[in-house]
Ligand binder design. Structure first.
Ligand SMILES: [Zn+2]
Ligand SMILES: [Zn+2]
Length: 414
C-alpha cells in the first residue's frame, strides 16, 4: 500500500499547509502522540512549545492520526509517565457509534470467522458455528452518527443540570463514527482520582441505590411528587411516564421482565397508572402486594423496569475510562482512516451538524480511479456511493480518500 500511503499523505500535507490547527488549548503542557497508516498511535511523548511549532510539525511529518493528552504536565515530553509531573486533567468523554446497538449495523456491518470462514451481515462478535472471535468490518452512517449525537446531548444535560458545568465544555467530531466532549473548567481539572470515579458512578447511577428515590411505604412504592423531583429521580419518572404513554406492550414487557399479555393488561389501565405516578406520587402495586416473607411481583416488575430505564438514559457506560494518561484526537486534525476532520462544533451547531457533510476535509473537484475491494453504500458530501465489491470506479477525491484510508480500496492500476 505504499502508493496509497503516499497519495494520502500528499493530500493531508496540502490540507495542513492550507489550514492552521488552533487546537488544543495550552499546547505547551500537553503530551502528543501520532499515528501512521493503519496504526492510530505509533509514537507518544512528543511535546511542542507552541501551536506554531505544532503546525510546522504537522506540515513536515504529516501524521495520519494526531492525539493529545487530556492531562496538563510540567514536563510533557519526559517518560515514564510520573516524570511528566501532572498539573491537572480535563475530563474527556468519547462516544462512538460502534458501541451503540443501532439497527442500521445489519445493513452496513459484516463479520467473518478467521477459523471456519463463516460470514454474515451485522455486528456479530463471535462465530455462531465454531465460537471463534469474528473479524468485524465496521462502517457508520447518518443514523449511527445521529445516535452518537443523542448521547452527547444526554451527557450535556447531566453536566449542566446536575453539576452546573456550563463553562469550558468543548465538543468535536471524532473524525470517524463519534464525538468527543472535553470539560476543561477549573472545578473539573483539580478532581482527585476518587472524585473522578464518583462522577462516573453518578452518571451511570452506579452509586445510587435505585430505590433511594423510591421510598417504600407499606406495600406500595411511594415516589416524590412531580414538582419535587430532581436529578435521576426526575429523569427516571419522566422516562416511565413516556414509556407508558407510548404504550408499546412488547417494550414494556422487555423492560419489566413480564409477558406481553401482562404488559397489555397493564396498559389497559394506563390512565390510572399515570394518575397515580404523577398526581399521587405512587408506583402502583399492579401485580399484587408483598407478603412479609416474599417479594411481590410488583416489586420485581418496578425494579426491573427502573433498571432498564436507567440503562436507557445513562449518558455513559461503566467502561468509561478515567485514565488521565490517555491521549485523544486533536480537534481540527484529519482522521487518517476517513479523511474527515475532527471538527469542533458548538452546542448550537451540533443540533444540525452532519459530519458526513460538515467535516469532509477534501473537495470533490478532482476524481480518482480506484479499485474497491468491498464497501457498503455510503454517504459523503451530500452524495451516495456504492455498494461496491471487487470493482473499479472513478470517485471524487473525498470519497476515494474515505475508502483508501481504511484500505477498502487501492489506487487503480497499482
Ligand atoms: Zn467459525
Ligand atoms: Zn449506521
Amino acid at each position: 500500500m505504499a502508493g496509497e500511503q503516499e497519495f494520502l499523505q500528499q493530500h493531508f500535507r496540502k490540507f495542513y499547509s492550507e489550514h492552521k490547527v488552533n487546537e488544543p488549548p495550552e499546547p505547551a503542557s500537553r503530551e502528543f502522540g501520532i499515528g501512521s497508516f493503519g496504526q492510530k498511535i505509533s509514537r507518544r511523548h512528543l511535546a511542542f512549545k507552541s501551536l506554531h511549532d505544532f503546525n510546522s510539525f504537522l506540515r513536515q511529518e504529516v501524521p495520519f492520526f494526531v492525539s493529545y493528552s487530556s492531562a496538563l504536565y510540567k514536563f510533557p515530553e519526559r517518560r515514564p509517565m510520573p516524570a511528566k509531573e501532572m498539573l491537572a486533567a480535563d475530563l474527556v468523554y468519547e462516544f462512538d457509534a460502534d458501541d451503540l446497538p443501532t439497527a442500521c449495523k445489519q445493513q452496513h456491518d459484516s463479520w467473518k470467522c478467521p477459523k471456519c470462514g463463516r460470514q454474515g451481515k451485522g455486528r456479530q462478535l463471535m462465530c455462531d458455528e465454531c465460537g471463534t472471535q469474528a473479524i468485524l468490518e465496521e462502517w457508520f452512517c447518518p443514523q449511527c452518527l445521529g445516535e452518537a449525537r443523542k448521547k452527547v446531548f444526554n451527557l450535556l444535560e447531566f453536566l449542566q443540570d446536575d453539576f452546573g458545568f456550563s463553562e469550558g465544555i468543548a465538543i468535536n467530531f471524532s473524525g470517524r463514527a463519534g464525538y468527543h466532549v472535553h470539560v476543561r473548567n477549573k472545578e473539573v481539572r483539580s478532581l482527585s482520582p476518587s472524585a473522578r470515579i464518583e462522577l462516573i458512578d453518578y452518571l451511570t447511577a452506579n452509586s445510587l441505590s435505585i430505590f433511594s428515590h423510591f421510598r417504600k411505604e407499606g406495600e406500595l412504592f411511594a415516589i416524590t411528587k412531580k414538582s419535587e423531583r430532581s436529578g435521576w429521580g426526575r429523569r427516571i419518572m419522566s422516562s416511565i411516564t413516556e414509556l407508558l404513554e407510548e404504550g408499546d406492550a412488547s417494550k414494556i414487557a422487555v423492560f419489566g421482565s413480564i409477558t406481553t399479555s401482562q404488559a397489555k393488561r397493564l396498559l389497559s389501565e394506563k390512565e390510572m397508572l399515570l394518575k397515580s405516578i404523577n398526581e399521587r406520587g405512587v408506583l402502583p402495586a399492579f401485580f399484587g402486594r408483598a407478603s412479609p416473607s416474599k417479594e411481590s411481583q410488583s416489586d420485581k416488575f418496578w425494579q426491573s423496569f427502573i433498571q432498564s430505564v436507567i440503562e436507557r438514559i445513562s449518558p455513559i457506560d461503566r467502561q468509561t475510562s478515567i485514565d488521565v494518561s490517555k491521549i485523544v484526537r486533536v480537534p481540527e486534525t484529519i482522521h487518517g482512516e476517513t479523511g474527515l476532520v475532527a471538527k469542533t462544533v458548538s452546542i448550537d451547531e451540533l443540533k444540525g451538524f452532519d459530519p458526513l457533510v460538515g467535516a469532509v476535509g477534501f473537495g470533490p473537484n478532482q476524481t480518482v480511479k480506484v479499485f474497491i475491494i468491498k464497501a457498503p453504500r455510503f454517504h459523503l458530501a451530500g452524495e451516495s456511493f456504492g455498494p461496491f465489491e471487487n470493482q473499479e470506479a472513478e470517485l471524487p477525491l473525498n470519497a476515494a480518500i474515505f475508502l483508501l484510508g481504511r484500505a477498502s480500496a487501492r489506487l487503480a492500476g497499482s
